[in-house]
Design a protein around this ligand. Structure first.
Ligand code: ZN
Length: 304
């Protein structure tokens, strides 16, 4: 009997010991504003930090409205990682809700990465928010995320920084892969016409000329003037194709495509990842998919 009691206490002891790390590693819950940011935060956070998302995959980050589940999620959250620079106009609702309880991190505004200035539209002169479209911009986000998590959970700082280094290595590999794929597209064909002007950083990184039918952040979506201007430009320049994004309506690009007899290709992913069974389920897949779409539509040379 005595032996059996000892055995039982050993088991209990083991159970307590195995539960101990949960106390030794305090955890926090964070939420990312949109699916691309969620993927980048997850790469740094590891298993001890839960990473939820406000605007899910496939949904338009610019025009989101907070849902009742979003509001409920926010009750258990410590940090909100959002892009900022005007990407999420609905963030003021989160700010109003958070009081002093939530830490709000405007990742793009803190990132050590040279911004591009918006050249047209309502936001002319302001920094373009779509920095993640260049893997080097995404790497700058990773640094911000690692610093913030390390500050909140100092005991796990080394693990956050180690994962951040891994993530940046992976970003550099995808950057190279995209460059190589796009190298097959002659420079003269590298014109990228999309609905929203969200490809400025991508264009800078990969030597494209990017044009949006409307400006950044949907502010003049498909206005008659914007459409007329683009139609004139297309008639003169005759790029090989027009492109639509996964989160924008195809109506305007369809109309331009018919009017100019230029083929329409897509979807390109910018402001959202796809669902897990789609072609852009994570950040790297998104860039690879976009590179493939561009390669096919813009006359990329096929491999020997
Ligand atoms: Zn956008």
């Amino acid at each position: 009997m005595l032996k059996r009691v000892t055995w039982m206490s050993a088991l209990l002891c083991a159970a307590v010991l195995s539960a101990a790390p949960a106390y030794a590693n305090p955890t926090i819950s964070v939420i990312a504003s949109f699916s691309v940011m969620q993927d980048l935060v997850k790469r740094v956070a590891g298993d001890t930090v839960s990473v939820n998302v406000i605007v899910p995959a496939e949904e338009d980050v610019h025009r989101w409205e907070l849902t009742p589940p979003n509001v409920l999620d926010m009750e258990d959250i410590d940090i909100v990682f959002y892009n900022g620079l005007g990407l999420e106009p609905w963030m003021h609702h989160v700010e109003a809700m958070s009081g002093d309880r939530l830490t709000l991190i405007e990742v793009a505004a803190q990132a050590d990465y040279a911004p591009i200035t918006i050249s047209t539209g309502l936001h002319k002169g302001e920094p373009d928010p779509h920095m993640w479209m260049d893997p080097q911009g995404a790497a700058a986000y990773i640094d911000v995320i690692a610093d913030v998590l390390a500050e909140h959970l100092p005991d796990q700082a080394d693990a956050f920084y180690a994962r951040a280094e891994e993530a940046k290595k992976a970003l550099s590999i995808i950057d190279q892969a995209v460059k190589e794929r796009l190298d097959g597209i002659p420079q003269i064909n590298r014109t990228l016409v999309t609905s929203e002007a969200g490809f400025g950083y991508f264009a800078r990184a990969y030597a494209f000329q990017a044009f949006g039918v409307w400006g950044v952040n949907h502010e003049t979506q498909g206005s008659a003037l914007a459409m007329a201007k683009m139609s004139e430009y297309l008639a003169e320049k005759r790029p090989l194709a027009l492109f639509y994004e996964s989160t924008t309506s195809q109506i305007h690009m369809d109309a331009l495509s018919r009017e100019t007899s230029l083929p329409l290709a897509g979807p390109l992913y910018v402001d959202a990842l796809s669902n897990t069974d789609g072609p852009a389920a994570n950040y790297s897949a998104m860039l690879r998919h976009n590179a493939e779409v561009l390669h096919t539509a813009l006359g990329g040379a096929t491999a020997e």
